[in-house]
Design a protein around this ligand. Structure first.
Ligand SMILES: Cc1cc2nc3c(=O)[nH]c(=O)nc-3n(C[C@H](O)[C@H](O)[C@H](O)COP(=O)(O)OP(=O)(O)OC[C@H]3O[C@@H](n4cnc5c(N)ncnc54)[C@H](O)[C@@H]3O)c2cc1C
Length: 382
């Protein structure tokens, strides 16, 4: 389903990446995602396959990473999230929130030590920015690191951390006497604990954790030397949010696909449901929103590949595309009637997942306020 022939905008290489990831999602991921969601566990058996396909740190050049362009990264996210937002979240965090900051802000030793291992999934990472007192305002950070000789001692806690309990390393953001700094903390360090958040009704096929740091001692070499101030973690979020704008298109496409098939076979009032005007209008509206989202992400990708991407553009697309995907998933759920609440069909799972995706990496309101600030020059957050 590609009403505007967006595919014709992709190069041969980009289409090859999309097809390879799409095949993996159809053959390996989709068959296990529903059960993983129901069991509330991440399908860890997929990790080696994801690594084998080169999807971890795919945009990084060197360090055993493939150095793919931004469109490829977007298509990877789109295909993965067509399977499940939890699978895309795993790859987003490892690639954009852990490997990206090590590559952008790390020392050569840090890059050599971690990036090839992370590309092979021999080391899994998580990204600890959000704290219990409020993720929308990271400037109110309480986690603190103080110098002790050649070491740093970190105290604090982080909340809602994807991959927390399966991570070997955490990128921990903390306030210091020099402002906000980032640390690579190995999760077996004394004083570090991760506690899985149980009973989520969203992103159930993804591990989400609280992190606790109680006098965790790390050597100075664990600090990311080039990450100074809050703009460092925020720049990681720009990378990840860019991928989200593409990812949610995949979830929306899966929902539209489901209703197209369902309404063909469902006979009501002596005719297939897809012969009904209002049903067609609702599906046409889904296609309109998916097409708009595709074109936004495509242009974002081009800007990114030209080095011209700015955070406001990403905010607008994260807001638009998440809202579109969530509304499509909810409406698809309704078009399926009672069947729509069954996990036999994908919309309910995608709708529940998208409740997280529209919230994490900046809530819808936060992205609206970012765009508002760009338009007016006035910061309305406070
Ligand atoms: C499944 C999941 C995975 C996550 N993974 C990670 C991760 O890996 N790493 C990480 O660091 N974080 C992660 N997060 C955290 C996520 O980024 C935060 O949940 C998000 O930023 C919102 O923060 P909060 O939950 O504390 O809500 P709050 O900041 O408390 O916001 C509550 C409400 O207030 C609104 N609000 C806030 N400020 C304003 C304002 N100025 N004006 C009007 N309304 C406002 C918000 O839009 C929201 O509706 C994850 C979250 C979830 C749910």
């Amino acid at each position: 389903m590609d009403l505007y022939d967006v595919r014709s905008e992709f190069s041969e290489d980009e289409l090859m990446v999309q097809e390879a990831v799409g095949r993996f999602v159809d053959e390996q991921a989709i068959p296990v995602m529903r059960e993983a969601f129901e069991k509330h566990e991440f399908p860890r058996q997929l990790i080696p396959m994801v690594a084998e396909l080169g999807l971890l740190g795919s945009s990084i050049e060197g360090y055993d990473c493939p150095g793919l362009n931004a469109i490829c990264y977007g298509l990877i996210c789109q295909e993965l999230e067509r399977g499940d937002s939890g699978l895309r979240s795993f790859v987003s965090v490892q690639s954009s929130l852990v490997m990206f900051p090590i590559h952008a802000f790390g020392s050569e030793e840090q890059k050599q030590r971690w990036l090839p291992a992370m590309a092979r999934a021999e080391a899994i990472g998580c990204f600890g920015l959000t704290e219990p007192q409020g993720g929308s305002d990271p400037s109110n950070m309480k986690t603190h690191a103080r110098r002790d000789g050649d070491d740093w001692i970190i105290n604090g806690s982080k909340m809602w951390i994807t991959n927390g309990n399966i991570a070997d390393v955490a990128i921990v953001w903390a306030t210091t006497d020099e402002g906000v700094r980032g640390f690579i903390v190995e999760t077996d360090a004394p004083g570090f604990a991760a506690q899985e958040i149980e009973n989520k009704f969203s992103l159930r096929a993804s591990v989400t954790s609280a992190l606790f740091l109680d006098n965790v001692r790390v050597p100075n070499e664990s600090m990311l030397p080039e990450a100074r101030g809050l703009k460092a973690p925020l720049s990681c979020l720009t990378q990840a949010r860019y991928g989200i704008t593409w990812g949610v298109i995949g979830a929306a496409q899966a929902c539209l696909d489901e209703v197209l098939r369902y309404t063909e076979d469902r006979i009501l009032f002596n005719r297939p449901l897809n012969h009904t005007q209002t049903i067609q209008i609702r599906m046409a509206d889904m296609a309109r929103r998916i097409t708009t989202a595709q074109l936004l992400s495509l242009q974002l990708g081009r800007l990114k590949d030209r080095g011209k991407l700015n955070p406001t553009q990403v905010s607008l697309a994260k807001w638009n595309n998440c809202r579109a995907a969530l509304d499509i998933a909810r409406d698809a759920r309704d078009i399926l009637g009672g069947s729509g609440i069954s996990a036999e069909y994908v919309p309910i799972r995608h709708a529940l997942n998208l409740e997280s995706v529209i919230t994490y990496e900046g809530t819808e309101t936060i992205h609206q306020l970012v765009v508002g600030k760009e338009l007016t020059g006035v910061n309305a957050f406070g």
